[in-house]
Structure formats: structure tokens, C-alpha cells
Design a protein around this ligand. Structure first.
Ligand code: SAM
Length: 263
């Protein structure tokens, strides 16, 4: 297996690992996970990649946006480790509760419920997880691995989480952005590249059908700065995202009510 020393994590190692997954290991995650893959979860190849990445790279502090099957896989893998913290952030309590029930090792995961709110970054509005999740991870130290698989990608952009935690990343931290083939995620990657320049290295893994991008942090991330035109554009987007969030929240509440009625 590829040896991914955390100190020397590089794109060549990651590419080699993804090639092994594509050519040899497609279904090595096992029946439990395979049976639970849906359009809303990580794909089989991404779960496999995550599994091997966790085993080889051994991050000590993991932060996830968007709980579900990924949370179960991460907690299963880190369970035997002495030194590993894992925080999972989600904006829907129902999905946190569903995930909690499925966990074999609930004590290994700290869930943070962070409802969708407007967060301001350099006077620019982002409709994303409430930044209260930062209070919950304060004092944990730098984050080695971040998985960004939320909020719900059909409605929300996923660019803001990286801005909100940029001070917690250090040289050699890795960020995974799922669904990177979609246009909103492509916009997020372009924005991160523009803001962070050579402080990050981005690899879009070829051949993963939903897309997976790996962002390696090469040095401390520079301050974030937006111009007025961009702030205005995001203000306009924020209004429509907040409207969509009302519809989304109602759909989730209806789903909960139907489930309660059916009991
Ligand atoms: C892509 S999902 C996260 C999936 C998770 N990482 C996994 O591997 O299962 C992103 C977010 O969408 C929400 N979500 C999950 N399933 C959903 C569904 N069927 N309909 C609407 N929202 C959903 C949850 O809040 C979740 O955090």
C-alpha cells in the first residue's frame, strides 16, 4: 500500500492511491457501506479513497461538513486510534439523529448542529452553516483533514466552510470537496484558487464519477479579500439561497411529520 507520510503528503501519492482504487479496489469498502450508498452519500470510490487516506495519512484532527455514511466510515476507522478527534457539522438535526443511531462508536464523534445562517467574510455574505460550530472546535488545534460534503449541494454553495476555517488549517492539511464535477463546486474551487493562490494545490481526481477534489494546504492561508462587485453579487445570491432554505427546511419538516404520522 502507498505510504503517505503526513509530512510529505503530495499529489503524486494521492494520484497513485486513486489509481489503485480505480484499478484494484473498487468495492473494498465491504457490504455494510455498499448497501447504504445513495445519491446523497459519498460514492463507493470516494468512500474507498477516504478509507485508505485515513489509514495511510492518519490525521489527528478531522472535521466534516455534512454527516451520513461518511461519518460512520470515519468513526469506524479512527476507533482504534488513541489520538484522533472527529467533529461532524450538519444543519439538519434529523440527519444528525439518523447518523447517530447508525454509529457503532458514537463516543468517537462530536456532532455540531449548525443551522443555515448568513456568515460574513470580509464584508461578503455567505449563506452557510452558522459559524457557531467554531465555538465547538475552539481549542482543538489545527485541523489535518476536512471533508466538505455539505450543506445540501442542490441548494447551497460549499465555498464558505473553507473560508470560515482557514485559520485552523496548516501546512500539509488536506481538504476534500465531494461532488466536484458540479458547477457550484467548480465555482468554489475557482474562488479558493483565486483567494489562496499558491498556498493551496488542487487535484481533481480523474475518473471518480461524481468528482472529488483534494486541496492540499502548502502554507498558511493568506487573508481573504473580496471586491465590491463580488460582495454585491453574493448579496444577491444570498437572498435567493435564504429563500431556498425556507423551502428546504419546510420539506425536511414535512418529511419529519410524515414519519411521525406513520409510526
Ligand atoms: C451530501 S449530504 C452528506 C452526505 C454524507 N457525507 C454521506 O456520506 O452520507 C449533504 C447534506 O444534505 C442533507 N441530506 C442528506 N440526505 C438528504 C436527502 N435525502 N434530502 C435532502 N437533504 C439531505 C444532510 O443535511 C447532509 O448533511
Amino acid at each position: 500500500m502507498v505510504n503517505m507520510n503526513r509530512k510529505n503528503l503530495n499529489m503524486e501519492d494521492i494520484l497513485r492511491l486513486t489509481n489503485i482504487i480505480k484499478e484494484e479496489l473498487q468495492d473494498d469498502i465491504g457490504e455494510y457501506y455498499s448497501a447504504r450508498i445513495t445519491g446523497s452519500t459519498l460514492s463507493g470510490e470516494t468512500l474507498s479513497f477516504l478509507k485508505h487516506f485515513l489509514q495511510d495519512y492518519q490525521p489527528e484532527h478531522i472535521l466534516e461538513f455534512g454527516c451520513g455514511l461518511s461519518t460512520i466510515l470515519i468513526s469506524d476507522i479512527i476507533h482504534t486510534r488513541e489520538k484522533c478527534s472527529f467533529v461532524s457539522v450538519d444543519n439538519v438535526e434529523t440527519f444528525i439523529n439518523i447518523t447517530k443511531k447508525e454509529l457503532r462508536y458514537p463516543e468517537d464523534v462530536r456532532f455540531v448542529y449548525a443551522p443555515i445562517r448568513v456568515s460574513w467574510v470580509d464584508y461578503c455574505p455567505f449563506v452557510t452553516y452558522s459559524d457557531r460550530f467554531l465555538d465547538a472546535i475552539q481549542g482543538d488545534g489545527p485541523v489535518d483533514l476536512v471533508l466538505i460534503d455539505g450543506p445540501y449541494g442542490r441548494i447551497f454553495s460549499r465555498d464558505a466552510p473553507l473560508f470560515l476555517i482557514s485559520h485552523l488549517l496548516r501546512e500539509n492539511s488536506a481538504v476534500m470537496l465531494d461532488d466536484s464535477n458540479r458547477s457550484r463546486e467548480q465555482e468554489a474551487l475557482a474562488l479558493w484558487k483565486k483567494q489562496f493562490g499558491d498556498a493551496i494545490e488542487v487535484l481533481e481526481i480523474p475518473g471518480f464519477h461524481k468528482g472529488l477534489a483534494i486541496i492540499l494546504i502548502r502554507k498558511s492561508l493568506p487573508p481573504i479579500s473580496f471586491n465590491t462587485a463580488y460582495r454585491l453579487k453574493r448579496l444577491y445570491n444570498a437572498c435567493s439561497s435564504l429563500r431556498n432554505n425556507i423551502t428546504y427546511t419546510k420539506a425536511i419538516n414535512d418529511m419529519n411529520e410524515n414519519e411521525t404520522d406513520n409510526r
